[in-house]
Design a protein around this ligand. Structure first.
Ligand code: ZN
Ligand code: ZN
Length: 276
């Protein structure tokens, strides 16, 4: 029952996912109330388009942050009877395939019309900066390794579709909603700040954590545990690494996420589950 949800349960989720293990100064980017509002609009969704995938050119691999969170959201929505489709580009597709995220579509013009979603979610997917280029946290231009998936979100805004952005650094789709804070508070913010906004923005310490937080909020609204198990999380990160994926911070082919050991993520999941 929605009415029985402890009033501050959503705030507790926001606090848990805003833990900032990489010390990126996430707190000024957090939008109080957006997590609950994002979960509530998803309960009314007809079909949800989920995008993720952040390429690391120096090692020519995708990162472990993003795909597991995207998959957790897609699985939760499917459990609720809401179809989910995944979108990424050829550089990042192997890692989504490795964890069984399907149906999977590669970005191409016209995709929004073809998939006809009611809602869009981005989990750790780079969005363009003011100069139209795509940058990683180091301020490196990764445009040659990035299809313009963020274009879908610009089209969605024109069409009145609802959108949710989940990010942990200021350069991801959705951060256009707080670009000034990114420029002021995040390293390389003047260069990397994404200008693509979403209706709801979930800023968090690790993007997978933000996705788990949104699944936790959906669980509260539906009175059922939709969170992945710690074991599933571990298996997915290991599958991404086995496919060549890397930790986006260390750039090493190891089962860690943003420099954090897997235990940090399984612990976070347990803390979220304790709120249900
Ligand atoms: Zn990020
Ligand atoms: Zn990250």
């Amino acid at each position: 029952m929605t009415s029985s949800i402890e009033k501050n349960a959503f705030e507790k989720i926001e606090q848990l996912i805003a833990q900032d293990p990489a010390g990126r100064n996430i707190a000024p980017l957090v939008q109080p109330g957006h997590l609950e509002a994002a979960a509530r609009t998803l309960t009314r969704a007809g079909r949800v388009l989920i995008t993720t995938g952040f390429f690391v050119p120096s090692v020519e691999a995708g990162e472990t942050d993003g795909p597991p969170g995207a998959k957790a959201l897609g699985a939760a929505l499917e459990t609720l009877g809401i179809p989910a489709v995944y979108v990424t580009d050829a550089w990042n597709a192997p890692y989504l395939r490795a964890i069984g995220a399907k149906p999977l579509h590669l970005y191409e013009p016209g995709l929004l019309e073809r998939l006809a979603p009611s809602h869009l979610i981005s989990v750790e997917r780079v969005g363009r900066a003011e100069d139209g280029r795509y940058y990683n946290m180091r301020g490196e231009d990764i445009s040659p390794y990035t299809e313009p998936v963020d274009e879908l979100f610009l089209q969605a805004a024109e069409q009145g579709l609802e959108s949710i952005g989940i990010g942990d650094g200021g350069n991801e789709i959705g951060m256009g909603g707080c670009a000034e804070q990114v420029r002021a508070h995040v390293a390389n913010g003047q260069t990397i700040a994404c200008v693509v906004a979403t209706d709801y923005l979930i800023a968090c310490g690790v993007s997978n954590w933000g996705a788990y937080g949104l699944v936790c909020a959906l669980s509260l609204l539906n009175s059922r545990d939709l969170l992945p198990s710690g074991e599933a999380l571990r298996t997915e990160v290991e599958a991404i690494v086995a496919s060549g994926g890397v930790d986006g911070v260390t750039r090493r082919n190891e089962p860690t996420v943003d420099g954090q050991p897997l235990q940090a993520s399984t612990h976070l999941l347990a803390q979220l589950r304790a709120l249900l």
